[in-house]
Design a protein around this ligand. Structure first.
Ligand code: ASP
Length: 359
């Protein structure tokens, strides 16, 4: 080969290597993915009150008004917004979750939708993410994001978080990894993500299980994903479900009584999550109340308030004898969600315990 030809061949090879990867729905390089943005409210749709820098109202901007403020989104994807609800996420309910899940499952069946982004308040974003992780029947990306600073803050975090979420939902690398949450340039799996700071922009983390990866310049850099069952490999189905059973969380502390457990049972809880001290322990008085609750048919799951570590079967509490379930390393708020879905499948303690090891 002469020198000129060799240089040409090299230039062609380099050209092939630096052409960007196409959007996953597209045969042609310039075809953008179709991303649906479902809005639920939260701080990302909130605004500061008057001249105050500290008081804000969540959920007072519609999704269309929010999208108008971030024209960059249209450069990376064909986006359309849909308002599901407009609430602060502390007002989230099981009923809204069911509606959201049924809508997402319907949308993802369409070949015109490549991925979903959900805007959400950060207070309970981890719960909605985990619920959807259990009930969405698709490999397509479902990404939640929020903001701790309202849009008219001096330095709002919503626009960049939303941009990152749309970029991730558009990425082929996000397929089949389960529901994820994006915030402050971090990718977090639905099972591990939790809010660890009351208002900081880096307030979402994944203690025990760690980050899935980072987003930088609109590109994901993954280093892990969850091996637990989720989305397309999950057995849970919301299609025929109109009501979810009530499950309450009882917080453990020194000198706790039996009153909270008794009140939960008397007012209709079908399951109780103990956010126990240490390895899911509790004061003997509270334990006796839980044993009585279980005898009445209420499912009891022992979890921990510590934020890290497994709750282990039979360590200081005889779970086999009392027919209790242990929460693995799920936080109390995630254990609540798994128990309420598990109870739609079975009332056998051994079966529910297996579910806690699988999801
Ligand atoms: N309370 C707000 C919410 O969760 C806070 C936020 O979004 O950061 O809706």
């Amino acid at each position: 080969m002469n020198k000129g030809l060799a240089q040409l061949a090299l230039a062609v090879i380099i050209g092939i290597l630096i052409v960007p990867a196409p959007a996953f729905s597209a045969g042609a390089v310039d075809k953008k993915p179709n991303i649906k943005i479902l809005a639920t409210g939260g701080g990302i749709a909130g605004s500061l009150q008057g001249n105050s820098n500290t008081k804000f109202t969540a959920a007072n901007l519609t999704i269309d008004a929010l999208l108008d403020k971030i024209p960059e989104l249209k450069k990376i994807a064909n986006i359309s917004g849909e308002q599901i609800v407009n609430i602060p996420s502390q007002a989230m309910t099981n009923e809204v979750w069911l509606r959201l899940a049924q809508r997402i499952n319907k949308l993802l069946k369409s070949s015109n939708v490549d991925g979903i982004v959900i805007t959400h308040g950060t207070d309970t974003i981890e719960e909605t993410a985990y619920f959807l992780n259990l009930v969405i029947k698709s490999k397509k990306p479902v990404i939640l994001t929020g903001a701790t600073r309202p849009y008219n803050h001096l330095s709002p975090d919503g626009p960049s978080n939303l941009f990152d979420a749309v970029a991730l939902a558009s990425s082929p690398e996000a397929i089949a990894k389960g529901v994820m949450v994006v915030m402050n340039g971090k990718i977090l799996g639905a099972r591990g993500v939790t809010k660890v700071n009351t208002y900081g922009t880096d307030g979402l983390q994944a203690r025990d299980t760690g980050l899935f990866g980072y987003l930088y310049g609109g590109k994901p850099y993954f280093f892990q994903a969850s091996i637990r069952r989720h989305t397309y490999r999950s057995e849970f189905d919301t299609e025929k479900l109109n009501r979810i059973p009530r499950v309450d969380i009882i917080y453990g502390h020194a000198d706790s009584t039996e009153d909270a457990v008794n009140a939960a049972v008397a007012t209709g809880a079908k399951g109780i999550i103990l956010a126990g001290v240490g390895n899911g322990n509790t004061h003997p008085r509270t334990l006796q109340a839980l044993i009585r609750a279980r005898k009445k048919g209420v499912q009891v799951v022992r979890s921990t308030r510590t934020g890290n570590g497994l709750v282990t079967r039979g360590a200081e509490v005889d779970d086999d004898k009392y027919q209790f379930i242990v929460a693995d390393n799920l936080s109390p708020q995630k254990a609540r969600i798994l128990l309420l879905m598990a109870m739609t499948e079975s009332d056998k303690t051994s079966r529910i315990q297996k579910i806690f090891q699988d999801y």
